[in-house]
Design a protein. Structure first.
Length: 195
């Protein structure tokens, strides 16, 4: 019963989270274009000295693979949204698509974790759109792996242990990661928020 419920829930989570990620990536890309057209202008997403999109988007790390990270996010979130809609409307995934979704889920999660760290400890500012992308990449990553492992018939060794752990503790993992991110954020910017 719990397995069926999770298989129904994951496509909904994928569609919802990917939609938020896609909107945030699109809006971030629009702000980047605005910044390129008017380099000295103020961006609408520059909220305060900590949440300052201009500082983040103007850095080379905001285009680490060449094109802006937002453009890559738009492509990946669009793919995940399409795959989520396919399953949500009763379709099924081939073995290739299952593997592609879990790879995209893990890559988005790991890239978001890396850019979270870079924003806090290298750039010293964060982008509001990045915050939304980070927030949705965590459940996409965790539940992407959980969904993939659930769909496999014969799991051995480490994969079996990871599957058993996620079956029992997926929500705890999600809350723990969010909690660590929030604590690191406020510790990094405590001079601004608690001075």
């Amino acid at each position: 019963m719990a397995d069926k419920k999770m298989k129904i829930t994951y496509p909904k989570l994928l569609v919802g989270a990917s939609s938020i990620g896609l909107i945030a990536s699109f809006w971030q890309a629009a702000e980047r274009v605005t910044m390129l057209k008017n380099p000295g202008g103020e961006l609408s997403c520059n909220i305060n000295p900590v949440v300052d999109c201009g500082s983040v988007l103007g850095d080379n790390l905001a285009a680490v693979f060449g094109p802006p990270n937002a453009f890559i996010g738009m492509v990946v979130f669009t793919m995940l949204l399409a795959f989520g809609l396919q399953r949500l409307t009763g379709g099924s995934w081939s073995s290739f698509v299952q593997k592609l979704v879990v790879v995209l889920s893990k890559v988005m999660f790991l890239f978001s974790a890396w850019f979270f760290w870079v924003s806090l400890y290298s750039l010293g500012t964060v982008c509001i759109f990045c915050m939304f992308i980070w927030a949705v990449s965590v459940p996409i990553g965790i539940y992407g792996v959980k969904d993939y492992l659930e769909s496999q018939k014969k799991l051995k060794g480490l994969y079996s242990k990871i599957n058993n752990f996620l079956q029992k503790h997926h929500f705890t993992v999600l809350v723990t990661i969010y909690s660590v991110m929030i604590i690191l954020y406020f510790l990094r910017f405590q001079d601004y928020y608690f001075a």
